[in-house]
Write a protein that binds this ligand. Structure first.
Ligand code: ZN
Length: 595
Protein backbone atom coordinates (compact mmCIF):
# COMPACT_ATOMS: atom_id res chain seq x y z
CA UNK A 1 0.00 0.00 0.00
CA UNK A 2 1.35 3.41 -0.99
CA UNK A 3 -0.25 5.41 1.78
CA UNK A 4 -0.61 4.72 5.47
CA UNK A 5 -4.01 3.67 6.68
CA UNK A 6 -4.56 6.94 8.57
CA UNK A 7 -4.07 8.95 5.39
CA UNK A 8 -6.62 6.88 3.51
CA UNK A 9 -9.07 7.24 6.37
CA UNK A 10 -8.49 10.97 6.52
CA UNK A 11 -9.27 11.36 2.82
CA UNK A 12 -12.38 9.27 3.19
CA UNK A 13 -13.55 11.25 6.23
CA UNK A 14 -13.20 14.51 4.36
CA UNK A 15 -15.40 13.27 1.53
CA UNK A 16 -18.93 12.51 2.59
CA UNK A 17 -20.21 9.70 0.39
CA UNK A 18 -23.66 11.23 -0.11
CA UNK A 19 -22.20 14.56 -1.22
CA UNK A 20 -19.69 12.94 -3.57
CA UNK A 21 -22.17 10.54 -5.18
CA UNK A 22 -24.68 13.39 -5.59
CA UNK A 23 -22.19 15.01 -7.95
CA UNK A 24 -22.82 12.06 -10.29
CA UNK A 25 -26.23 10.64 -9.39
CA UNK A 26 -29.39 12.45 -8.19
CA UNK A 27 -30.34 10.91 -4.82
CA UNK A 28 -33.53 10.95 -2.81
CA UNK A 29 -33.79 10.26 0.90
CA UNK A 30 -35.84 7.24 1.85
CA UNK A 31 -35.73 6.17 5.48
CA UNK A 32 -32.16 6.29 6.70
CA UNK A 33 -30.66 5.79 3.23
CA UNK A 34 -30.56 7.60 -0.07
CA UNK A 35 -31.68 6.04 -3.33
CA UNK A 36 -31.05 6.78 -6.99
CA UNK A 37 -30.73 5.20 -10.41
CA UNK A 38 -27.64 3.02 -10.52
CA UNK A 39 -24.87 4.56 -12.65
CA UNK A 40 -23.37 1.10 -13.20
CA UNK A 41 -26.32 -0.62 -14.83
CA UNK A 42 -29.32 0.61 -16.77
CA UNK A 43 -32.55 0.70 -14.77
CA UNK A 44 -35.83 2.54 -14.52
CA UNK A 45 -36.55 2.17 -10.82
CA UNK A 46 -33.87 3.13 -8.30
CA UNK A 47 -32.11 0.23 -6.63
CA UNK A 48 -28.85 2.05 -5.94
CA UNK A 49 -28.60 2.94 -2.24
CA UNK A 50 -26.20 5.12 -0.30
CA UNK A 51 -25.98 4.74 3.45
CA UNK A 52 -24.71 7.91 5.17
CA UNK A 53 -24.22 6.16 8.49
CA UNK A 54 -22.06 3.36 7.11
CA UNK A 55 -20.65 5.62 4.39
CA UNK A 56 -21.19 2.84 1.85
CA UNK A 57 -23.09 2.45 -1.41
CA UNK A 58 -24.82 -0.74 -2.49
CA UNK A 59 -26.83 -1.60 -5.60
CA UNK A 60 -29.54 -4.19 -5.11
CA UNK A 61 -29.75 -4.58 -8.88
CA UNK A 62 -26.18 -5.32 -9.95
CA UNK A 63 -24.37 -5.79 -6.64
CA UNK A 64 -21.99 -2.86 -7.10
CA UNK A 65 -20.81 -1.82 -3.64
CA UNK A 66 -18.07 0.06 -1.86
CA UNK A 67 -17.05 3.20 -0.03
CA UNK A 68 -16.49 6.65 -1.49
CA UNK A 69 -13.06 5.74 -2.84
CA UNK A 70 -14.47 2.63 -4.50
CA UNK A 71 -17.24 4.69 -6.05
CA UNK A 72 -14.75 7.09 -7.64
CA UNK A 73 -12.60 4.17 -8.86
CA UNK A 74 -15.61 2.59 -10.53
CA UNK A 75 -17.29 5.62 -12.03
CA UNK A 76 -14.10 7.30 -13.25
CA UNK A 77 -12.47 4.03 -14.30
CA UNK A 78 -9.30 4.82 -12.35
CA UNK A 79 -7.20 2.89 -9.85
CA UNK A 80 -7.13 3.20 -6.08
CA UNK A 81 -4.27 5.70 -5.87
CA UNK A 82 -5.73 7.92 -8.59
CA UNK A 83 -9.11 7.90 -6.83
CA UNK A 84 -7.45 8.76 -3.54
CA UNK A 85 -5.64 11.68 -5.17
CA UNK A 86 -8.82 12.93 -6.78
CA UNK A 87 -10.73 12.87 -3.48
CA UNK A 88 -7.83 14.47 -1.61
CA UNK A 89 -7.88 17.29 -4.18
CA UNK A 90 -11.61 17.63 -3.87
CA UNK A 91 -11.30 18.12 -0.12
CA UNK A 92 -8.26 20.38 -0.39
CA UNK A 93 -6.14 17.86 1.50
CA UNK A 94 -2.48 17.47 0.69
CA UNK A 95 -1.38 13.86 0.44
CA UNK A 96 2.03 13.02 1.89
CA UNK A 97 4.70 11.47 -0.33
CA UNK A 98 3.73 7.94 -1.35
CA UNK A 99 5.68 5.02 0.06
CA UNK A 100 6.28 2.23 -2.41
CA UNK A 101 7.24 -1.37 -1.87
CA UNK A 102 10.05 -2.54 -4.13
CA UNK A 103 7.61 -4.25 -6.47
CA UNK A 104 5.31 -1.24 -6.66
CA UNK A 105 8.24 1.07 -7.24
CA UNK A 106 9.38 -1.06 -10.18
CA UNK A 107 5.92 -1.03 -11.68
CA UNK A 108 5.62 2.73 -11.35
CA UNK A 109 9.05 3.16 -12.90
CA UNK A 110 8.21 0.89 -15.84
CA UNK A 111 4.95 2.73 -16.42
CA UNK A 112 6.75 6.09 -16.47
CA UNK A 113 9.32 4.65 -18.85
CA UNK A 114 6.55 3.44 -21.18
CA UNK A 115 5.03 6.92 -21.37
CA UNK A 116 8.45 8.35 -22.12
CA UNK A 117 9.15 5.74 -24.82
CA UNK A 118 5.89 6.63 -26.55
CA UNK A 119 6.67 10.32 -26.35
CA UNK A 120 10.11 9.76 -27.87
CA UNK A 121 8.77 7.37 -30.51
CA UNK A 122 6.17 9.99 -31.46
CA UNK A 123 8.93 12.56 -31.98
CA UNK A 124 10.98 10.04 -33.94
CA UNK A 125 8.07 9.25 -36.30
CA UNK A 126 7.21 12.93 -36.69
CA UNK A 127 10.78 13.79 -37.71
CA UNK A 128 10.87 10.86 -40.11
CA UNK A 129 7.71 12.11 -41.84
CA UNK A 130 9.40 15.42 -42.49
CA UNK A 131 12.68 13.90 -43.67
CA UNK A 132 13.43 12.59 -47.17
CA UNK A 133 12.47 8.99 -46.30
CA UNK A 134 9.01 10.20 -45.32
CA UNK A 135 8.34 11.79 -48.72
CA UNK A 136 5.76 9.28 -49.91
CA UNK A 137 3.85 9.30 -46.65
CA UNK A 138 3.81 13.09 -46.59
CA UNK A 139 2.58 13.11 -50.19
CA UNK A 140 -0.27 10.87 -49.11
CA UNK A 141 -1.14 13.16 -46.18
CA UNK A 142 -1.11 16.19 -48.44
CA UNK A 143 -3.21 14.43 -51.03
CA UNK A 144 -5.77 13.80 -48.29
CA UNK A 145 -5.65 17.59 -47.72
CA UNK A 146 -4.67 17.43 -44.05
CA UNK A 147 -3.30 20.85 -43.11
CA UNK A 148 0.07 21.19 -41.44
CA UNK A 149 -1.48 22.45 -38.19
CA UNK A 150 -3.78 19.41 -38.01
CA UNK A 151 -0.86 17.10 -38.83
CA UNK A 152 0.97 18.64 -35.89
CA UNK A 153 -2.03 18.55 -33.57
CA UNK A 154 -2.52 14.83 -34.16
CA UNK A 155 1.23 14.21 -34.26
CA UNK A 156 1.18 12.32 -37.56
CA UNK A 157 4.45 10.57 -38.32
CA UNK A 158 6.16 7.96 -40.42
CA UNK A 159 7.77 4.67 -39.41
CA UNK A 160 10.81 4.29 -41.72
CA UNK A 161 11.14 1.32 -44.03
CA UNK A 162 13.93 -0.33 -42.07
CA UNK A 163 14.13 -3.21 -39.65
CA UNK A 164 15.16 -1.56 -36.42
CA UNK A 165 15.38 2.21 -36.85
CA UNK A 166 13.19 2.95 -33.84
CA UNK A 167 14.95 0.31 -31.77
CA UNK A 168 18.34 1.93 -32.41
CA UNK A 169 16.94 5.36 -31.65
CA UNK A 170 15.38 4.27 -28.34
CA UNK A 171 18.47 2.30 -27.36
CA UNK A 172 20.61 5.40 -27.85
CA UNK A 173 18.21 7.30 -25.63
CA UNK A 174 19.03 4.80 -22.90
CA UNK A 175 15.72 2.94 -22.53
CA UNK A 176 15.86 -0.54 -21.06
CA UNK A 177 15.22 -3.60 -23.24
CA UNK A 178 12.52 -4.67 -20.85
CA UNK A 179 10.60 -1.42 -21.25
CA UNK A 180 11.05 -1.37 -25.03
CA UNK A 181 9.60 -4.87 -25.35
CA UNK A 182 6.83 -4.03 -22.91
CA UNK A 183 5.86 -1.02 -25.07
CA UNK A 184 5.05 -3.36 -27.96
CA UNK A 185 6.81 -0.98 -30.36
CA UNK A 186 9.90 -3.21 -30.34
CA UNK A 187 9.82 -6.97 -30.77
CA UNK A 188 12.37 -9.69 -30.11
CA UNK A 189 13.53 -11.62 -33.19
CA UNK A 190 12.08 -15.07 -33.33
CA UNK A 191 15.16 -17.11 -34.06
CA UNK A 192 18.27 -14.97 -33.67
CA UNK A 193 19.13 -12.85 -30.75
CA UNK A 194 18.15 -9.32 -31.70
CA UNK A 195 15.29 -6.87 -32.00
CA UNK A 196 13.12 -5.30 -34.66
CA UNK A 197 10.45 -2.60 -34.90
CA UNK A 198 6.76 -3.49 -34.98
CA UNK A 199 5.96 -0.71 -37.44
CA UNK A 200 7.82 -0.03 -40.67
CA UNK A 201 6.86 1.87 -43.79
CA UNK A 202 3.64 3.05 -42.25
CA UNK A 203 1.95 6.40 -41.74
CA UNK A 204 1.78 6.69 -37.97
CA UNK A 205 -1.09 7.96 -35.83
CA UNK A 206 -0.21 8.44 -32.15
CA UNK A 207 -3.03 7.33 -29.86
CA UNK A 208 -3.54 9.54 -26.82
CA UNK A 209 -5.37 8.75 -23.61
CA UNK A 210 -8.01 11.09 -22.20
CA UNK A 211 -5.29 13.05 -20.44
CA UNK A 212 -3.41 13.57 -23.70
CA UNK A 213 -0.51 11.19 -23.06
CA UNK A 214 0.65 9.10 -26.01
CA UNK A 215 -0.03 5.48 -25.09
CA UNK A 216 0.05 3.60 -28.40
CA UNK A 217 0.21 3.96 -32.18
CA UNK A 218 -1.84 3.03 -35.20
CA UNK A 219 -0.05 2.64 -38.51
CA UNK A 220 -1.43 2.74 -42.05
CA UNK A 221 0.52 0.77 -44.59
CA UNK A 222 2.04 2.80 -47.44
CA UNK A 223 2.46 0.06 -50.02
CA UNK A 224 -0.09 -2.59 -50.91
CA UNK A 225 -0.30 -5.18 -48.16
CA UNK A 226 -2.06 -6.42 -45.08
CA UNK A 227 -3.14 -5.38 -42.60
CA UNK A 228 -4.00 -1.93 -43.91
CA UNK A 229 -4.07 -0.61 -40.36
CA UNK A 230 -1.93 -2.04 -37.59
CA UNK A 231 -2.28 -1.02 -33.93
CA UNK A 232 -0.02 -1.35 -30.92
CA UNK A 233 -0.78 -4.44 -28.82
CA UNK A 234 -2.40 -4.16 -25.40
CA UNK A 235 0.13 -3.00 -22.82
CA UNK A 236 0.29 -1.79 -19.22
CA UNK A 237 -0.78 1.66 -20.45
CA UNK A 238 -2.94 0.81 -23.48
CA UNK A 239 -6.21 -1.06 -23.76
CA UNK A 240 -8.25 -0.54 -26.91
CA UNK A 241 -11.32 -1.55 -24.99
CA UNK A 242 -10.87 1.40 -22.66
CA UNK A 243 -9.70 4.12 -25.01
CA UNK A 244 -11.25 6.08 -27.83
CA UNK A 245 -9.13 7.82 -30.44
CA UNK A 246 -9.48 11.60 -30.31
CA UNK A 247 -11.34 11.74 -27.00
CA UNK A 248 -8.58 13.89 -25.48
CA UNK A 249 -9.50 16.64 -27.97
CA UNK A 250 -13.22 15.92 -28.10
CA UNK A 251 -13.68 16.38 -24.36
CA UNK A 252 -12.40 19.95 -24.55
CA UNK A 253 -15.09 20.80 -27.12
CA UNK A 254 -17.51 20.79 -24.15
CA UNK A 255 -20.52 19.78 -26.23
CA UNK A 256 -23.34 17.62 -24.98
CA UNK A 257 -23.02 15.30 -27.94
CA UNK A 258 -20.14 13.39 -29.48
CA UNK A 259 -19.72 12.04 -33.00
CA UNK A 260 -18.43 8.47 -33.16
CA UNK A 261 -16.69 7.39 -36.35
CA UNK A 262 -14.85 4.32 -37.55
CA UNK A 263 -11.31 5.30 -38.40
CA UNK A 264 -8.38 7.64 -37.96
CA UNK A 265 -8.74 9.36 -41.33
CA UNK A 266 -12.48 10.00 -40.97
CA UNK A 267 -11.89 11.45 -37.55
CA UNK A 268 -9.14 13.79 -38.65
CA UNK A 269 -11.10 15.08 -41.65
CA UNK A 270 -14.20 15.69 -39.53
CA UNK A 271 -12.09 17.43 -36.90
CA UNK A 272 -10.44 19.58 -39.55
CA UNK A 273 -13.87 20.49 -40.91
CA UNK A 274 -14.57 22.13 -37.57
CA UNK A 275 -16.42 19.38 -35.68
CA UNK A 276 -14.08 18.91 -32.76
CA UNK A 277 -16.40 16.67 -30.72
CA UNK A 278 -15.46 13.47 -32.51
CA UNK A 279 -13.92 10.17 -31.39
CA UNK A 280 -13.24 6.75 -32.96
CA UNK A 281 -13.08 3.25 -31.57
CA UNK A 282 -9.69 1.71 -32.20
CA UNK A 283 -10.22 -1.17 -34.59
CA UNK A 284 -12.51 -2.88 -32.11
CA UNK A 285 -16.26 -3.04 -31.70
CA UNK A 286 -17.80 -0.33 -29.56
CA UNK A 287 -18.28 -1.78 -26.06
CA UNK A 288 -19.69 -1.11 -22.63
CA UNK A 289 -16.39 0.28 -21.34
CA UNK A 290 -16.32 2.83 -24.14
CA UNK A 291 -19.83 3.87 -23.15
CA UNK A 292 -18.76 4.31 -19.51
CA UNK A 293 -15.82 6.40 -20.67
CA UNK A 294 -18.06 8.69 -22.74
CA UNK A 295 -20.57 9.03 -19.93
CA UNK A 296 -18.23 11.41 -18.16
CA UNK A 297 -18.32 13.93 -20.97
CA UNK A 298 -21.51 13.68 -23.01
CA UNK A 299 -25.16 12.68 -22.93
CA UNK A 300 -25.80 12.34 -26.67
CA UNK A 301 -24.07 10.25 -29.32
CA UNK A 302 -24.23 10.56 -33.09
CA UNK A 303 -22.99 7.41 -34.79
CA UNK A 304 -21.40 8.09 -38.15
CA UNK A 305 -20.59 4.91 -39.99
CA UNK A 306 -19.78 4.08 -43.59
CA UNK A 307 -22.88 3.46 -45.66
CA UNK A 308 -21.81 -0.09 -46.57
CA UNK A 309 -23.12 -3.23 -44.90
CA UNK A 310 -20.15 -3.45 -42.52
CA UNK A 311 -20.73 0.11 -41.34
CA UNK A 312 -24.43 -0.51 -40.88
CA UNK A 313 -23.73 -3.65 -38.82
CA UNK A 314 -21.25 -1.78 -36.66
CA UNK A 315 -23.87 0.88 -35.92
CA UNK A 316 -26.52 -1.76 -35.15
CA UNK A 317 -24.14 -3.40 -32.68
CA UNK A 318 -23.24 -0.13 -30.96
CA UNK A 319 -26.85 1.04 -30.53
CA UNK A 320 -28.01 -1.29 -27.72
CA UNK A 321 -24.79 -0.66 -25.77
CA UNK A 322 -25.30 3.09 -25.94
CA UNK A 323 -29.05 2.95 -25.27
CA UNK A 324 -28.39 0.73 -22.24
CA UNK A 325 -25.82 3.28 -21.11
CA UNK A 326 -28.57 5.89 -21.04
CA UNK A 327 -27.41 7.96 -24.05
CA UNK A 328 -29.64 9.72 -26.53
CA UNK A 329 -28.50 8.03 -29.72
CA UNK A 330 -28.82 9.17 -33.31
CA UNK A 331 -27.35 7.74 -36.48
CA UNK A 332 -26.05 9.58 -39.50
CA UNK A 333 -25.36 7.83 -42.76
CA UNK A 334 -23.28 9.46 -45.43
CA UNK A 335 -25.25 9.33 -48.69
CA UNK A 336 -24.14 7.84 -52.03
CA UNK A 337 -21.97 5.13 -50.51
CA UNK A 338 -19.30 7.63 -49.56
CA UNK A 339 -17.27 7.69 -46.38
CA UNK A 340 -17.21 10.92 -44.31
CA UNK A 341 -13.75 11.83 -45.60
CA UNK A 342 -14.86 11.65 -49.27
CA UNK A 343 -18.09 13.48 -48.53
CA UNK A 344 -16.42 16.43 -46.82
CA UNK A 345 -13.83 16.68 -49.61
CA UNK A 346 -16.48 16.83 -52.32
CA UNK A 347 -19.36 18.66 -50.61
CA UNK A 348 -17.70 20.70 -47.88
CA UNK A 349 -18.15 20.97 -44.14
CA UNK A 350 -21.39 22.95 -44.27
CA UNK A 351 -23.19 20.11 -46.03
CA UNK A 352 -21.70 17.66 -43.57
CA UNK A 353 -23.02 19.78 -40.70
CA UNK A 354 -26.50 19.57 -42.25
CA UNK A 355 -26.25 15.79 -42.32
CA UNK A 356 -25.40 15.82 -38.62
CA UNK A 357 -28.42 17.96 -37.83
CA UNK A 358 -30.60 15.58 -39.81
CA UNK A 359 -29.21 12.46 -38.11
CA UNK A 360 -32.12 10.09 -37.42
CA UNK A 361 -33.01 8.57 -34.07
CA UNK A 362 -31.56 5.13 -33.48
CA UNK A 363 -35.06 3.65 -33.63
CA UNK A 364 -35.76 5.07 -37.08
CA UNK A 365 -32.38 3.75 -38.19
CA UNK A 366 -33.11 0.27 -36.84
CA UNK A 367 -36.55 0.26 -38.48
CA UNK A 368 -35.04 1.38 -41.79
CA UNK A 369 -32.43 -1.37 -41.62
CA UNK A 370 -35.16 -3.91 -40.93
CA UNK A 371 -37.22 -2.61 -43.85
CA UNK A 372 -34.40 -3.25 -46.30
CA UNK A 373 -34.69 -6.97 -45.64
CA UNK A 374 -38.28 -7.18 -46.86
CA UNK A 375 -40.06 -6.65 -50.14
CA UNK A 376 -42.72 -4.17 -49.10
CA UNK A 377 -44.79 -4.79 -52.24
CA UNK A 378 -45.46 -8.30 -50.98
CA UNK A 379 -48.26 -8.45 -48.38
CA UNK A 380 -46.77 -11.33 -46.43
CA UNK A 381 -43.34 -9.70 -46.25
CA UNK A 382 -45.00 -6.49 -45.11
CA UNK A 383 -46.52 -8.37 -42.16
CA UNK A 384 -43.15 -9.87 -41.24
CA UNK A 385 -41.63 -6.41 -41.33
CA UNK A 386 -44.38 -5.00 -39.11
CA UNK A 387 -43.73 -7.77 -36.58
CA UNK A 388 -40.02 -7.02 -36.52
CA UNK A 389 -40.69 -3.29 -36.17
CA UNK A 390 -43.16 -3.96 -33.33
CA UNK A 391 -40.48 -5.91 -31.53
CA UNK A 392 -38.06 -3.00 -31.87
CA UNK A 393 -40.63 -0.45 -30.68
CA UNK A 394 -41.54 -2.58 -27.67
CA UNK A 395 -38.04 -1.88 -26.28
CA UNK A 396 -39.01 1.80 -25.82
CA UNK A 397 -40.48 2.68 -22.42
CA UNK A 398 -41.84 6.14 -23.14
CA UNK A 399 -45.47 5.98 -24.39
CA UNK A 400 -45.04 9.23 -26.30
CA UNK A 401 -42.01 7.95 -28.16
CA UNK A 402 -43.80 4.70 -28.86
CA UNK A 403 -46.67 6.54 -30.45
CA UNK A 404 -44.39 8.43 -32.83
CA UNK A 405 -42.99 5.18 -34.23
CA UNK A 406 -46.33 3.40 -34.26
CA UNK A 407 -47.68 6.20 -36.47
CA UNK A 408 -44.62 5.93 -38.70
CA UNK A 409 -45.02 2.16 -39.17
CA UNK A 410 -48.71 2.41 -39.74
CA UNK A 411 -48.14 5.07 -42.40
CA UNK A 412 -45.49 3.04 -44.16
CA UNK A 413 -47.34 -0.26 -44.19
CA UNK A 414 -50.94 0.86 -44.36
CA UNK A 415 -51.63 -1.37 -41.35
CA UNK A 416 -53.83 0.39 -38.77
CA UNK A 417 -52.45 1.96 -35.56
CA UNK A 418 -54.52 -0.40 -33.45
CA UNK A 419 -53.16 -3.51 -35.12
CA UNK A 420 -49.57 -2.30 -34.65
CA UNK A 421 -50.30 -1.45 -31.00
CA UNK A 422 -51.80 -4.90 -30.48
CA UNK A 423 -48.70 -6.51 -32.00
CA UNK A 424 -46.45 -4.49 -29.66
CA UNK A 425 -48.48 -5.40 -26.61
CA UNK A 426 -48.22 -9.09 -27.56
CA UNK A 427 -44.46 -8.69 -27.79
CA UNK A 428 -44.44 -6.98 -24.39
CA UNK A 429 -46.32 -9.88 -22.86
CA UNK A 430 -44.06 -12.42 -24.49
CA UNK A 431 -41.04 -10.64 -23.12
CA UNK A 432 -42.49 -10.51 -19.61
CA UNK A 433 -43.14 -14.22 -19.84
CA UNK A 434 -39.61 -14.88 -21.03
CA UNK A 435 -38.30 -12.77 -18.19
CA UNK A 436 -40.37 -14.81 -15.76
CA UNK A 437 -39.09 -18.12 -17.14
CA UNK A 438 -35.57 -16.84 -17.33
CA UNK A 439 -35.53 -15.76 -13.69
CA UNK A 440 -37.15 -19.03 -12.67
CA UNK A 441 -34.55 -20.98 -14.63
CA UNK A 442 -31.77 -18.99 -12.98
CA UNK A 443 -33.19 -19.76 -9.55
CA UNK A 444 -33.29 -23.45 -10.31
CA UNK A 445 -29.76 -23.29 -11.64
CA UNK A 446 -28.52 -21.54 -8.50
CA UNK A 447 -30.28 -24.05 -6.36
CA UNK A 448 -28.77 -27.05 -8.10
CA UNK A 449 -25.33 -25.46 -8.17
CA UNK A 450 -25.59 -25.09 -4.41
CA UNK A 451 -25.97 -28.81 -4.15
CA UNK A 452 -23.27 -29.71 -6.62
CA UNK A 453 -20.54 -27.57 -5.06
CA UNK A 454 -21.09 -28.87 -1.57
CA UNK A 455 -17.85 -30.75 -1.91
CA UNK A 456 -15.76 -27.79 -2.91
CA UNK A 457 -17.04 -26.32 0.29
CA UNK A 458 -15.06 -23.13 0.62
CA UNK A 459 -16.86 -21.73 -2.44
CA UNK A 460 -20.35 -22.88 -1.66
CA UNK A 461 -22.75 -20.06 -1.00
CA UNK A 462 -23.54 -21.35 2.50
CA UNK A 463 -19.96 -20.95 3.64
CA UNK A 464 -19.65 -17.58 1.97
CA UNK A 465 -22.84 -16.40 3.63
CA UNK A 466 -21.69 -17.75 7.01
CA UNK A 467 -18.39 -15.86 6.80
CA UNK A 468 -20.19 -12.67 5.82
CA UNK A 469 -22.76 -13.02 8.60
CA UNK A 470 -20.19 -13.63 11.31
CA UNK A 471 -18.10 -10.60 10.35
CA UNK A 472 -21.17 -8.42 10.12
CA UNK A 473 -22.53 -9.58 13.49
CA UNK A 474 -19.20 -9.17 15.29
CA UNK A 475 -18.82 -5.61 14.02
CA UNK A 476 -22.45 -4.77 14.69
CA UNK A 477 -22.40 -6.06 18.25
CA UNK A 478 -18.97 -6.42 19.81
CA UNK A 479 -20.38 -8.42 22.76
CA UNK A 480 -21.02 -11.20 20.31
CA UNK A 481 -17.42 -11.06 19.19
CA UNK A 482 -16.18 -11.69 22.73
CA UNK A 483 -18.63 -14.59 23.14
CA UNK A 484 -17.45 -16.42 20.04
CA UNK A 485 -13.77 -15.51 19.89
CA UNK A 486 -12.56 -18.61 21.68
CA UNK A 487 -14.29 -20.77 19.07
CA UNK A 488 -13.46 -18.88 15.91
CA UNK A 489 -10.39 -16.95 14.76
CA UNK A 490 -9.63 -15.09 11.54
CA UNK A 491 -7.40 -18.02 10.55
CA UNK A 492 -10.43 -20.32 10.52
CA UNK A 493 -11.99 -18.47 7.58
CA UNK A 494 -11.42 -20.48 4.39
CA UNK A 495 -11.69 -17.40 2.16
CA UNK A 496 -8.54 -15.31 2.44
CA UNK A 497 -10.35 -11.98 1.88
CA UNK A 498 -12.91 -12.64 4.61
CA UNK A 499 -10.11 -13.87 6.83
CA UNK A 500 -8.25 -10.63 6.24
CA UNK A 501 -11.38 -8.62 7.02
CA UNK A 502 -12.05 -10.60 10.21
CA UNK A 503 -8.48 -10.05 11.33
CA UNK A 504 -8.89 -6.32 10.80
CA UNK A 505 -12.19 -6.35 12.71
CA UNK A 506 -10.70 -8.33 15.61
CA UNK A 507 -7.79 -5.94 16.07
CA UNK A 508 -10.22 -3.02 16.20
CA UNK A 509 -12.61 -4.63 18.62
CA UNK A 510 -9.80 -5.88 20.88
CA UNK A 511 -8.42 -2.36 21.17
CA UNK A 512 -11.86 -1.04 22.05
CA UNK A 513 -12.30 1.02 18.90
CA UNK A 514 -15.40 1.25 16.75
CA UNK A 515 -15.24 -0.26 13.30
CA UNK A 516 -16.15 2.10 10.53
CA UNK A 517 -17.35 -0.04 7.62
CA UNK A 518 -16.21 2.46 5.02
CA UNK A 519 -12.63 2.26 6.35
CA UNK A 520 -12.71 -1.49 6.63
CA UNK A 521 -13.51 -1.61 2.91
CA UNK A 522 -10.37 0.24 1.95
CA UNK A 523 -8.02 -2.31 3.46
CA UNK A 524 -8.44 -3.80 -0.02
CA UNK A 525 -7.19 -1.98 -3.05
CA UNK A 526 -8.94 -3.71 -5.92
CA UNK A 527 -12.45 -2.89 -7.01
CA UNK A 528 -13.52 -6.53 -6.79
CA UNK A 529 -12.32 -7.08 -3.22
CA UNK A 530 -13.71 -3.76 -2.00
CA UNK A 531 -17.07 -4.74 -3.43
CA UNK A 532 -16.86 -8.04 -1.56
CA UNK A 533 -16.11 -6.28 1.72
CA UNK A 534 -18.77 -3.61 1.25
CA UNK A 535 -21.36 -6.32 0.61
CA UNK A 536 -20.59 -7.72 4.09
CA UNK A 537 -21.54 -4.45 5.76
CA UNK A 538 -24.47 -3.72 3.48
CA UNK A 539 -26.17 -6.92 4.63
CA UNK A 540 -29.11 -6.94 6.95
CA UNK A 541 -28.72 -9.81 9.37
CA UNK A 542 -31.54 -9.98 11.84
CA UNK A 543 -32.59 -12.74 14.22
CA UNK A 544 -35.87 -12.66 16.07
CA UNK A 545 -34.66 -14.20 19.32
CA UNK A 546 -31.38 -14.86 21.09
CA UNK A 547 -32.06 -18.60 20.84
CA UNK A 548 -32.34 -18.32 17.12
CA UNK A 549 -29.17 -16.25 16.99
CA UNK A 550 -27.26 -18.75 19.19
CA UNK A 551 -28.32 -21.58 16.96
CA UNK A 552 -27.36 -19.68 13.80
CA UNK A 553 -23.97 -18.71 15.20
CA UNK A 554 -23.23 -22.27 16.26
CA UNK A 555 -24.11 -23.62 12.83
CA UNK A 556 -22.21 -20.94 10.98
CA UNK A 557 -19.06 -21.31 13.05
CA UNK A 558 -19.14 -25.07 12.57
CA UNK A 559 -19.61 -24.64 8.84
CA UNK A 560 -16.72 -22.19 8.52
CA UNK A 561 -14.33 -24.33 10.54
CA UNK A 562 -15.30 -27.52 8.77
CA UNK A 563 -14.78 -25.92 5.41
CA UNK A 564 -11.35 -24.63 6.37
CA UNK A 565 -10.33 -28.06 7.64
CA UNK A 566 -11.52 -29.64 4.38
CA UNK A 567 -9.30 -27.22 2.48
CA UNK A 568 -6.37 -28.10 4.71
CA UNK A 569 -7.08 -31.83 4.34
CA UNK A 570 -6.95 -31.60 0.56
CA UNK A 571 -3.44 -30.16 0.71
CA UNK A 572 -2.15 -32.26 3.61
CA UNK A 573 0.90 -34.37 2.78
CA UNK A 574 1.66 -36.32 5.97
CA UNK A 575 -0.28 -38.70 8.20
CA UNK A 576 0.38 -36.45 11.19
CA UNK A 577 -1.24 -33.53 9.45
CA UNK A 578 -4.30 -35.59 8.60
CA UNK A 579 -4.60 -36.93 12.14
CA UNK A 580 -4.54 -33.40 13.48
CA UNK A 581 -7.27 -32.36 11.06
CA UNK A 582 -9.45 -35.32 12.03
CA UNK A 583 -9.06 -34.44 15.71
CA UNK A 584 -9.93 -30.80 15.05
CA UNK A 585 -13.00 -31.89 13.07
CA UNK A 586 -14.26 -33.89 16.01
CA UNK A 587 -13.87 -30.86 18.28
CA UNK A 588 -16.10 -28.85 15.99
CA UNK A 589 -19.08 -30.88 17.16
CA UNK A 590 -18.54 -29.61 20.71
CA UNK A 591 -18.98 -25.99 19.74
CA UNK A 592 -22.16 -24.62 21.25
CA UNK A 593 -22.73 -20.90 21.48
CA UNK A 594 -24.98 -19.77 24.33
CA UNK A 595 -26.04 -16.16 24.50
ZN1 ZN B 1 -26.50 -1.38 -10.24
Amino acid sequence: MLYPREVIEEVRLRNDIVEVIREYVPLKKQGSSYFGLCPFHNENTPSFSVNPEKQLFYCFGCGAAGNVIGFIMKIEGIDFVEALKKLADRAGYKLPEAEYTKEEAEKVKLREELYEIHKQAGLFFYKALHSSEGNRALEYVNKRKISLSIQKKFGLGYAPNSKAALYEYLKNKGFSEKAMLESGLIMADKYKHGFHDRFYNRLMFPIFDVRGRCIAFGGRIMEKGEPKYLNSPETMIFSKKRNLYGLNFAKTAKKKEIIIVEGYMDLITIFQAGFKNVAASLGTAFNHEHAMLLKKFVSDVILVFDSDQAGENAALRAIPILVDGGFRVRVMQVPDGKDPDEFIKSKGSLEFGKLLVDAVSYMTFQINCAKKKYNMADEEQKILFTREAAKLISSIHSPIEREVYIKQISKETGISDTAVIQEISDTDKKRDRNFYYESKRKKIQNFSSNISVKNSISNSSGVIQAQKNIIFLCCDNTDLYFKIKKFLKADDFPDSDYSHLMEYASSFIESGKNIIPADAVSIFDTDEKQQKAAAVFSANVDYSSSEELSKALTEEIRLIKRSKLDCLASSATTIEQLQKIIKAKKEIEDIDIKL
